[in-house]
Design a protein around this ligand. Structure first.
Ligand SMILES: Cc1ncc(COP(=O)(O)O)c(C=O)c1O
Length: 292
């Protein structure tokens, strides 16, 4: 049975038990990360850990581990799995306490981690591209925190699931924010564009990789506010995330984006992304590799 990590121990998933009073269960009071692992090499681990530290700081949950301890626990979990490519999920909640909204005193945060086989979009799907639907972004105003309180994102993702589409692209006050579980890029006249970081989007680790790859390969890229009309009339639309990597959206609400096929800038970026992954895998577990 798959081994998971709970509060310092690796154990079979069926033996991992937490209290029903855990504030993650009662309030969704916690934060999380998902790190892709290729051939047992975590991709951009330091950046994921930095984002976790930031999320913990923003919600005022004590970080139970040092950077070195996090790395050690994650590598042990990765090594305990029988498969090579993994999606390592980890979450920290405020801990177990009598139900009361205000923070409890002197509680230990609960740390849970699991590794699942990593499922990236298959090649055939990448070549075809996927459909998306749109919806008003009605989530809270701290989308920069990777909170486990995901009911807003869950309801929005369900809209695309019910339409047999890959993602739900979100607009707030007439402008693009992100998608239900990914960031969004568009291409207009050869220029890659995406909304700037701020409280309305999650600062994606993949979003940063795309920016670095564009910069290192002289592909023009701008972070700017993008209107709904600009998305609908874009030449290309992509979504990015740790599990989707970079994925082309070829229709929005049933209307073709560009010519309805993955575009040339997407194909170039996809190739750069795959090359970069290979470079990271070759460098091995403990090395940070830059896209430049
Ligand atoms: C709402 C949202 N935006 C963006 C992303 C992409 O982030 P990353 O590239 O770090 O996976 C995610 C990933 O889960 C997400 O849930």
């Amino acid at each position: 049975m798959n081994k998971v990590f709970l509060n310092g121990k690796l154990l079979p998933v069926d033996d991992a038990k937490i209290s029903v009073l855990d504030r993650g269960f009662i309030f969704g009071d916690g934060v999380y990360e998902l790190v892709p692992v290729y051939s047992r090499v975590p991709f951009r681990l330091e950046e994921h850990l930095a984002r976790l530290e930031r999320s913990l700081g923003e919600v005022k949950i004590r970080n139970p581990y040092s950077r070195a301890q996090w790395r050690e626990h994650i590598h042990a979990l990765v090594d305990a799995q029988p498969f090579e490519d993994q999606g390592v999920y980890f979450q920290v909640t405020r801990g177990v306490a009598k139900r009361d909204h205000a923070f409890p005193r002197n509680v230990e945060p609960t740390v849970f981690m699991m590794a699942n086989p990593l499922v990236n979009p298959p090649q055939a799907q990448v070549e075809r591209g996927g459909a998306a639907v749109s919806a008003p972004d009605n989530r809270w105003l701290r989308c920069d925190i990777k909170s486990i309180s995901l009911v807003g994102n869950v309801l929005l993702r369900q809209l695309s699931a019910e339409a047999d589409a890959a993602e739900t692209i979100l607009f707030r006050d007439g402008n693009l924010t992100e998608a239900s579980a990914s960031n969004v890029f568009i291409v207009r006249r050869g220029v890659i564009q995406s909304p700037p970081k701020g409280n309305l989007i999650l600062p994606g680790i993949t979003y940063d990789v795309i920016a670095e790859l564009a910069h290192a390969n002289q592909l023009p890229l701008e972070f700017r506010s993008i209107s709904e009309a600009e998305v609908r009339s874009a030449d290309e639309v992509w979504v990015t995330s740790s599990s989707k990597e970079v994925f082309p959206i070829v229709s929005l609400d049933g209307k073709a984006i560009g010519d309805g096929r993955p575009g040339p800038v997407f194909r170039r970026m996809y190739e750069l992304y795959q090359e970069f992954k290979q470079k990271v895998m070759r460098a091995g577990k403990r090395e940070a590799v830059s896209a430049a």
